[in-house]
Design a protein around this ligand. Structure first.
Ligand SMILES: Nc1nc2c(c(=O)[nH]1)N[C@H]1C(S)=C(S)[C@@H](COP(=O)(O)O)O[C@H]1N2
Ligand SMILES: [Mo]
Length: 398
Protein backbone atom coordinates (compact mmCIF):
# COMPACT_ATOMS: atom_id res chain seq x y z
CA UNK A 1 0.00 0.00 0.00
CA UNK A 2 2.78 2.35 0.91
CA UNK A 3 4.64 1.69 -2.32
CA UNK A 4 1.44 2.14 -4.25
CA UNK A 5 0.90 5.49 -2.55
CA UNK A 6 4.42 6.63 -3.18
CA UNK A 7 4.55 5.77 -6.84
CA UNK A 8 1.11 7.24 -7.29
CA UNK A 9 2.17 10.37 -5.49
CA UNK A 10 5.23 10.72 -7.67
CA UNK A 11 3.08 10.37 -10.73
CA UNK A 12 0.68 13.00 -9.45
CA UNK A 13 3.44 15.39 -8.49
CA UNK A 14 4.88 15.05 -11.99
CA UNK A 15 1.43 15.58 -13.47
CA UNK A 16 0.82 18.60 -11.28
CA UNK A 17 4.19 20.13 -12.13
CA UNK A 18 3.41 19.76 -15.81
CA UNK A 19 0.06 21.46 -15.40
CA UNK A 20 1.59 24.41 -13.55
CA UNK A 21 -0.85 23.98 -10.66
CA UNK A 22 -2.32 27.42 -11.02
CA UNK A 23 -5.28 26.54 -8.85
CA UNK A 24 -3.26 25.93 -5.70
CA UNK A 25 -3.12 29.27 -3.96
CA UNK A 26 -2.34 29.96 -0.33
CA UNK A 27 -5.94 30.52 0.73
CA UNK A 28 -6.16 29.08 4.22
CA UNK A 29 -9.21 30.98 5.40
CA UNK A 30 -12.83 30.12 4.96
CA UNK A 31 -13.78 32.89 2.59
CA UNK A 32 -12.23 31.58 -0.62
CA UNK A 33 -12.25 27.94 -1.55
CA UNK A 34 -12.23 28.37 -5.31
CA UNK A 35 -9.49 25.84 -5.99
CA UNK A 36 -9.80 23.59 -8.98
CA UNK A 37 -13.46 23.03 -9.65
CA UNK A 38 -16.26 23.95 -11.95
CA UNK A 39 -18.85 25.52 -9.71
CA UNK A 40 -21.73 26.59 -11.86
CA UNK A 41 -24.20 28.04 -9.39
CA UNK A 42 -27.32 26.67 -7.79
CA UNK A 43 -31.05 26.48 -8.25
CA UNK A 44 -33.58 24.22 -9.89
CA UNK A 45 -34.27 24.08 -13.63
CA UNK A 46 -37.08 26.64 -13.42
CA UNK A 47 -34.59 29.23 -12.20
CA UNK A 48 -36.20 29.80 -8.80
CA UNK A 49 -33.37 30.48 -6.39
CA UNK A 50 -33.34 28.07 -3.53
CA UNK A 51 -30.66 26.59 -1.38
CA UNK A 52 -31.11 22.90 -2.15
CA UNK A 53 -31.53 20.56 -5.09
CA UNK A 54 -33.66 17.89 -3.38
CA UNK A 55 -37.43 17.97 -2.96
CA UNK A 56 -37.97 20.02 0.24
CA UNK A 57 -41.55 18.84 0.85
CA UNK A 58 -40.80 16.14 3.46
CA UNK A 59 -38.81 18.61 5.57
CA UNK A 60 -39.31 21.48 7.98
CA UNK A 61 -37.64 24.47 6.30
CA UNK A 62 -35.39 26.88 8.20
CA UNK A 63 -33.94 29.38 5.72
CA UNK A 64 -31.30 27.54 3.70
CA UNK A 65 -31.71 24.42 5.84
CA UNK A 66 -34.02 21.40 5.80
CA UNK A 67 -34.95 19.54 8.98
CA UNK A 68 -35.89 15.86 8.91
CA UNK A 69 -39.10 14.77 10.61
CA UNK A 70 -37.83 11.90 12.75
CA UNK A 71 -41.29 10.32 12.66
CA UNK A 72 -40.66 9.63 8.94
CA UNK A 73 -37.59 7.50 9.72
CA UNK A 74 -37.56 3.85 10.55
CA UNK A 75 -34.41 1.86 9.82
CA UNK A 76 -30.76 2.27 10.70
CA UNK A 77 -29.98 4.27 7.56
CA UNK A 78 -31.63 7.58 6.78
CA UNK A 79 -32.64 7.59 3.10
CA UNK A 80 -30.78 10.27 1.13
CA UNK A 81 -34.07 11.95 0.21
CA UNK A 82 -34.93 12.37 3.91
CA UNK A 83 -31.48 13.34 5.23
CA UNK A 84 -31.40 16.85 6.75
CA UNK A 85 -29.54 19.63 4.93
CA UNK A 86 -27.47 22.30 6.67
CA UNK A 87 -26.24 24.81 4.10
CA UNK A 88 -24.42 28.06 4.87
CA UNK A 89 -24.83 28.91 1.17
CA UNK A 90 -26.81 27.30 -1.65
CA UNK A 91 -25.81 23.86 -2.88
CA UNK A 92 -23.23 24.35 -5.64
CA UNK A 93 -23.62 22.24 -8.77
CA UNK A 94 -20.20 20.82 -9.57
CA UNK A 95 -19.18 19.29 -12.90
CA UNK A 96 -17.58 15.92 -12.07
CA UNK A 97 -15.45 15.96 -15.23
CA UNK A 98 -13.64 19.20 -14.44
CA UNK A 99 -13.64 18.70 -10.66
CA UNK A 100 -10.21 18.70 -9.05
CA UNK A 101 -9.27 18.28 -5.41
CA UNK A 102 -6.19 20.31 -4.47
CA UNK A 103 -4.05 19.03 -1.61
CA UNK A 104 -1.07 20.95 -0.30
CA UNK A 105 -0.05 23.79 1.98
CA UNK A 106 3.00 24.63 4.08
CA UNK A 107 2.74 21.36 6.01
CA UNK A 108 2.72 19.25 2.85
CA UNK A 109 5.72 18.14 0.82
CA UNK A 110 4.03 18.83 -2.49
CA UNK A 111 0.95 20.34 -4.06
CA UNK A 112 -1.14 17.72 -5.84
CA UNK A 113 -4.40 17.75 -7.76
CA UNK A 114 -6.72 14.79 -7.90
CA UNK A 115 -9.59 14.16 -10.27
CA UNK A 116 -12.66 12.24 -9.25
CA UNK A 117 -11.23 9.26 -11.15
CA UNK A 118 -8.02 9.50 -9.09
CA UNK A 119 -10.07 9.46 -5.87
CA UNK A 120 -12.20 6.54 -7.03
CA UNK A 121 -9.02 4.56 -7.81
CA UNK A 122 -7.78 4.76 -4.21
CA UNK A 123 -8.64 2.02 -1.69
CA UNK A 124 -12.14 2.68 -0.36
CA UNK A 125 -13.27 2.53 3.26
CA UNK A 126 -16.93 2.11 4.23
CA UNK A 127 -18.51 3.10 7.54
CA UNK A 128 -21.93 3.84 8.98
CA UNK A 129 -21.95 7.13 10.84
CA UNK A 130 -24.52 9.55 12.07
CA UNK A 131 -24.04 13.26 11.40
CA UNK A 132 -25.68 15.80 13.67
CA UNK A 133 -25.58 19.58 13.49
CA UNK A 134 -24.26 21.03 16.75
CA UNK A 135 -27.31 23.33 16.70
CA UNK A 136 -29.82 20.46 16.62
CA UNK A 137 -32.49 20.95 19.36
CA UNK A 138 -31.69 24.69 19.53
CA UNK A 139 -35.41 25.47 19.39
CA UNK A 140 -35.87 23.90 22.84
CA UNK A 141 -33.54 26.25 24.74
CA UNK A 142 -36.39 28.60 25.61
CA UNK A 143 -38.43 25.77 27.05
CA UNK A 144 -35.67 24.05 29.02
CA UNK A 145 -33.58 27.05 30.15
CA UNK A 146 -36.00 29.97 29.82
CA UNK A 147 -33.64 31.68 27.37
CA UNK A 148 -33.76 31.68 23.59
CA UNK A 149 -30.55 30.85 21.73
CA UNK A 150 -29.72 32.57 18.44
CA UNK A 151 -29.76 30.69 15.14
CA UNK A 152 -32.05 28.27 13.29
CA UNK A 153 -34.65 27.02 15.72
CA UNK A 154 -34.15 23.33 14.99
CA UNK A 155 -36.31 20.67 16.57
CA UNK A 156 -34.93 17.13 16.83
CA UNK A 157 -34.30 16.55 13.10
CA UNK A 158 -30.87 18.02 12.28
CA UNK A 159 -29.44 14.52 12.48
CA UNK A 160 -29.27 11.46 10.23
CA UNK A 161 -27.32 8.23 9.86
CA UNK A 162 -25.89 6.97 6.58
CA UNK A 163 -23.36 4.57 5.10
CA UNK A 164 -20.45 6.50 3.64
CA UNK A 165 -17.59 5.24 1.51
CA UNK A 166 -14.49 6.68 -0.09
CA UNK A 167 -10.75 6.94 0.41
CA UNK A 168 -9.31 7.65 3.82
CA UNK A 169 -8.21 11.26 4.27
CA UNK A 170 -4.89 9.80 5.48
CA UNK A 171 -4.31 8.09 2.11
CA UNK A 172 -5.05 11.30 0.22
CA UNK A 173 -2.72 13.30 2.49
CA UNK A 174 -0.02 10.69 1.87
CA UNK A 175 -0.15 11.54 -1.85
CA UNK A 176 0.99 15.07 -1.05
CA UNK A 177 3.24 13.94 1.80
CA UNK A 178 2.89 15.33 5.32
CA UNK A 179 5.88 17.21 6.73
CA UNK A 180 7.16 16.72 10.28
CA UNK A 181 5.96 20.14 11.42
CA UNK A 182 2.35 19.69 10.25
CA UNK A 183 -0.21 20.70 12.90
CA UNK A 184 -3.68 21.20 11.42
CA UNK A 185 -5.46 20.00 8.32
CA UNK A 186 -8.03 22.44 6.96
CA UNK A 187 -10.73 21.09 4.67
CA UNK A 188 -12.26 23.78 2.47
CA UNK A 189 -15.56 23.62 0.59
CA UNK A 190 -16.37 24.99 -2.87
CA UNK A 191 -19.68 26.56 -1.90
CA UNK A 192 -20.08 30.35 -1.80
CA UNK A 193 -19.59 30.18 1.97
CA UNK A 194 -16.20 28.56 1.39
CA UNK A 195 -17.11 26.53 4.45
CA UNK A 196 -14.03 25.07 6.12
CA UNK A 197 -13.18 23.27 9.36
CA UNK A 198 -9.59 22.59 10.41
CA UNK A 199 -8.76 19.54 12.50
CA UNK A 200 -5.58 18.39 14.24
CA UNK A 201 -3.37 16.12 12.12
CA UNK A 202 -4.16 13.14 14.36
CA UNK A 203 -7.89 13.46 13.64
CA UNK A 204 -7.20 13.81 9.91
CA UNK A 205 -5.14 10.61 10.03
CA UNK A 206 -7.81 8.68 11.98
CA UNK A 207 -8.65 5.62 9.85
CA UNK A 208 -12.36 6.49 10.10
CA UNK A 209 -11.96 10.03 8.73
CA UNK A 210 -12.82 9.56 5.07
CA UNK A 211 -13.42 11.54 1.92
CA UNK A 212 -16.83 10.13 1.10
CA UNK A 213 -17.76 9.67 -2.54
CA UNK A 214 -20.94 7.69 -1.82
CA UNK A 215 -23.84 7.94 0.61
CA UNK A 216 -25.99 4.85 1.17
CA UNK A 217 -24.43 3.24 -1.90
CA UNK A 218 -25.16 6.09 -4.32
CA UNK A 219 -22.90 8.91 -5.47
CA UNK A 220 -23.22 11.74 -2.94
CA UNK A 221 -26.38 13.73 -3.69
CA UNK A 222 -25.66 17.39 -4.61
CA UNK A 223 -27.01 18.66 -1.28
CA UNK A 224 -24.75 16.32 0.69
CA UNK A 225 -21.50 17.34 -0.96
CA UNK A 226 -21.21 15.90 -4.46
CA UNK A 227 -18.67 14.91 -5.56
CA UNK A 228 -16.62 14.72 -2.32
CA UNK A 229 -17.29 15.43 1.35
CA UNK A 230 -15.19 14.66 4.36
CA UNK A 231 -16.90 12.57 7.03
CA UNK A 232 -15.44 13.11 10.51
CA UNK A 233 -17.26 10.61 12.76
CA UNK A 234 -17.87 11.82 16.29
CA UNK A 235 -17.28 15.46 15.50
CA UNK A 236 -20.26 17.77 15.04
CA UNK A 237 -21.72 18.08 11.56
CA UNK A 238 -19.97 21.36 10.74
CA UNK A 239 -16.67 19.43 10.52
CA UNK A 240 -17.96 17.17 7.76
CA UNK A 241 -17.25 19.72 5.03
CA UNK A 242 -19.20 19.21 1.80
CA UNK A 243 -18.03 19.90 -1.78
CA UNK A 244 -14.39 19.67 -0.72
CA UNK A 245 -12.15 21.61 -3.11
CA UNK A 246 -8.96 22.05 -1.19
CA UNK A 247 -7.18 20.37 1.69
CA UNK A 248 -4.56 22.56 3.30
CA UNK A 249 -1.93 21.11 5.61
CA UNK A 250 -0.84 23.87 7.99
CA UNK A 251 2.19 24.20 10.28
CA UNK A 252 0.20 26.03 12.97
CA UNK A 253 -3.30 26.19 14.37
CA UNK A 254 -5.78 27.35 11.73
CA UNK A 255 -8.55 29.76 12.75
CA UNK A 256 -11.56 30.19 10.49
CA UNK A 257 -15.21 31.09 10.93
CA UNK A 258 -16.21 27.57 12.02
CA UNK A 259 -13.88 27.56 15.04
CA UNK A 260 -13.86 31.25 16.03
CA UNK A 261 -17.34 32.77 15.65
CA UNK A 262 -19.53 29.79 14.64
CA UNK A 263 -19.68 26.47 16.44
CA UNK A 264 -18.09 27.82 19.60
CA UNK A 265 -19.67 27.77 23.08
CA UNK A 266 -20.33 31.35 24.17
CA UNK A 267 -21.63 32.40 27.59
CA UNK A 268 -20.70 32.95 31.22
CA UNK A 269 -19.24 29.44 31.49
CA UNK A 270 -16.81 30.04 28.62
CA UNK A 271 -14.82 33.27 29.22
CA UNK A 272 -13.81 34.68 25.85
CA UNK A 273 -10.28 35.66 26.93
CA UNK A 274 -9.50 32.03 27.59
CA UNK A 275 -10.31 31.04 24.00
CA UNK A 276 -8.91 33.89 21.89
CA UNK A 277 -8.83 34.23 18.94
CA UNK A 278 -12.11 32.28 19.20
CA UNK A 279 -15.19 33.93 20.77
CA UNK A 280 -15.69 30.86 22.97
CA UNK A 281 -14.84 27.18 23.25
CA UNK A 282 -14.60 25.62 19.76
CA UNK A 283 -16.77 22.51 19.51
CA UNK A 284 -15.30 19.27 18.26
CA UNK A 285 -17.27 16.24 19.47
CA UNK A 286 -21.03 16.09 19.87
CA UNK A 287 -23.01 14.92 22.92
CA UNK A 288 -24.91 11.79 23.94
CA UNK A 289 -28.58 12.24 22.99
CA UNK A 290 -31.85 10.45 22.36
CA UNK A 291 -35.06 11.56 20.65
CA UNK A 292 -38.46 10.06 20.01
CA UNK A 293 -39.52 9.43 16.41
CA UNK A 294 -42.62 11.55 16.99
CA UNK A 295 -43.68 15.05 15.98
CA UNK A 296 -43.03 17.64 18.69
CA UNK A 297 -45.53 18.00 20.28
CA UNK A 298 -47.11 14.61 19.50
CA UNK A 299 -50.79 13.63 19.31
CA UNK A 300 -51.55 9.96 19.92
CA UNK A 301 -54.60 7.75 20.25
CA UNK A 302 -55.24 6.09 23.60
CA UNK A 303 -54.29 2.45 24.19
CA UNK A 304 -51.27 0.15 24.09
CA UNK A 305 -48.70 1.11 21.48
CA UNK A 306 -45.03 0.97 20.68
CA UNK A 307 -43.00 4.19 20.74
CA UNK A 308 -39.56 4.35 19.19
CA UNK A 309 -36.67 6.67 18.62
CA UNK A 310 -32.98 7.21 17.94
CA UNK A 311 -30.02 7.57 20.31
CA UNK A 312 -26.40 8.42 19.57
CA UNK A 313 -23.10 9.45 21.04
CA UNK A 314 -19.65 10.26 19.66
CA UNK A 315 -18.06 8.15 22.39
CA UNK A 316 -18.48 4.58 21.14
CA UNK A 317 -22.23 4.65 20.70
CA UNK A 318 -25.17 4.17 23.05
CA UNK A 319 -25.39 1.23 25.47
CA UNK A 320 -28.64 2.07 27.31
CA UNK A 321 -31.82 4.10 26.81
CA UNK A 322 -34.43 4.72 29.48
CA UNK A 323 -37.80 6.44 29.31
CA UNK A 324 -40.02 8.13 31.80
CA UNK A 325 -43.67 9.19 31.79
CA UNK A 326 -44.29 12.54 33.51
CA UNK A 327 -42.65 12.33 36.96
CA UNK A 328 -42.71 8.53 37.06
CA UNK A 329 -39.75 6.17 37.43
CA UNK A 330 -37.21 5.60 34.65
CA UNK A 331 -37.84 2.35 32.79
CA UNK A 332 -35.57 0.59 30.29
CA UNK A 333 -36.25 0.83 26.55
CA UNK A 334 -35.17 -1.95 24.16
CA UNK A 335 -32.08 -1.17 22.10
CA UNK A 336 -31.91 -2.34 18.50
CA UNK A 337 -28.39 -2.79 17.15
CA UNK A 338 -25.09 -3.16 18.97
CA UNK A 339 -22.70 -0.24 19.39
CA UNK A 340 -19.74 -2.63 19.34
CA UNK A 341 -20.41 -3.46 15.69
CA UNK A 342 -21.17 0.10 14.55
CA UNK A 343 -19.49 2.53 16.94
CA UNK A 344 -20.31 5.63 14.85
CA UNK A 345 -23.92 4.73 14.04
CA UNK A 346 -26.98 5.73 15.97
CA UNK A 347 -28.95 3.15 17.93
CA UNK A 348 -32.69 2.64 17.63
CA UNK A 349 -34.81 2.10 20.70
CA UNK A 350 -38.43 1.19 21.40
CA UNK A 351 -40.76 0.62 24.32
CA UNK A 352 -44.44 -0.20 24.88
CA UNK A 353 -46.78 2.35 26.36
CA UNK A 354 -50.44 2.01 27.32
CA UNK A 355 -51.41 5.61 26.58
CA UNK A 356 -54.07 7.12 28.82
CA UNK A 357 -56.08 10.15 27.64
CA UNK A 358 -54.64 13.48 28.74
CA UNK A 359 -51.57 15.68 28.44
CA UNK A 360 -48.26 13.94 29.14
CA UNK A 361 -44.56 14.53 28.99
CA UNK A 362 -42.26 11.69 27.95
CA UNK A 363 -38.51 11.92 28.50
CA UNK A 364 -35.85 9.56 27.18
CA UNK A 365 -32.23 9.47 28.21
CA UNK A 366 -29.30 7.61 26.71
CA UNK A 367 -26.06 6.38 28.28
CA UNK A 368 -23.03 5.89 26.05
CA UNK A 369 -20.14 3.43 26.02
CA UNK A 370 -18.01 5.92 27.97
CA UNK A 371 -20.63 6.15 30.75
CA UNK A 372 -21.90 9.61 29.82
CA UNK A 373 -25.61 10.07 30.41
CA UNK A 374 -27.99 12.79 29.29
CA UNK A 375 -28.45 15.34 32.08
CA UNK A 376 -31.79 16.37 33.59
CA UNK A 377 -30.86 20.07 33.57
CA UNK A 378 -29.73 22.10 30.58
CA UNK A 379 -26.82 24.55 30.46
CA UNK A 380 -27.44 27.62 28.31
CA UNK A 381 -25.01 28.89 25.69
CA UNK A 382 -25.79 31.91 23.52
CA UNK A 383 -25.50 30.20 20.16
CA UNK A 384 -27.52 27.21 21.26
CA UNK A 385 -25.20 24.26 20.68
CA UNK A 386 -25.00 20.73 22.05
CA UNK A 387 -28.26 20.75 24.02
CA UNK A 388 -28.62 17.19 25.33
CA UNK A 389 -30.92 17.46 28.34
CA UNK A 390 -33.35 14.51 28.68
CA UNK A 391 -35.86 16.29 26.46
CA UNK A 392 -39.40 16.78 27.82
CA UNK A 393 -41.50 15.67 24.83
CA UNK A 394 -45.15 16.82 25.06
CA UNK A 395 -47.62 14.07 24.13
CA UNK A 396 -51.35 14.74 23.88
CA UNK A 397 -53.50 11.58 24.06
CA UNK A 398 -57.11 11.97 23.09
N1 LIG B 1 -19.11 23.20 2.25
C1 LIG B 1 -19.97 23.12 3.29
N2 LIG B 1 -19.89 22.05 4.09
C2 LIG B 1 -20.72 21.93 5.14
C3 LIG B 1 -21.65 22.95 5.44
C4 LIG B 1 -21.73 24.06 4.57
O1 LIG B 1 -22.54 24.97 4.74
N3 LIG B 1 -20.86 24.11 3.50
N4 LIG B 1 -22.45 22.83 6.56
C5 LIG B 1 -21.90 21.99 7.63
C6 LIG B 1 -22.82 21.76 8.71
S1 LIG B 1 -22.97 23.04 9.82
C7 LIG B 1 -23.44 20.55 8.90
S2 LIG B 1 -24.38 20.27 10.28
C8 LIG B 1 -23.31 19.46 7.91
C9 LIG B 1 -24.66 19.01 7.43
O2 LIG B 1 -24.52 17.99 6.48
P1 LIG B 1 -25.75 17.63 5.52
O3 LIG B 1 -26.22 18.91 4.90
O4 LIG B 1 -25.22 16.64 4.55
O5 LIG B 1 -26.81 17.04 6.40
O6 LIG B 1 -22.53 19.87 6.78
C10 LIG B 1 -21.42 20.65 7.09
N5 LIG B 1 -20.63 20.82 5.91
MO1 LIG C 1 -24.12 22.28 11.63
Amino acid sequence: MKEHSLSRREALVAMAAGAGLAACGTEAGDSGGDAGAGTVGAGPADGTPRAWVKDPSPFVQHGTNLETRLADLDGLLTPNDLFFVRNHAPTPVIDPASYRLAVGGPGAEAEVELSLEDLRALPSHTLISYIECAGNWRGFFQRVTGRTASGSQWGTGAVGCAEWSGPRLADVLALAGVRDGAVDVNVIGLDEAGWARPMPLAKALDPDTILALTMNGEPLPPDHGFPVRVVVPGWVGSSSVKWVGRIEVAVGKVWVRSNTTSYVLVGEDWPADRYAPADGAPITTGAVKSALALPYPAELSPGPQRLRGFAYSPRGGVVRVEWRLNDGPWAPARLIGTPEALPHAWARFEFEWDAQPGSHVIRTRATDAAGDIQPLDAVYNEKGYLLNVALPHPVEVG
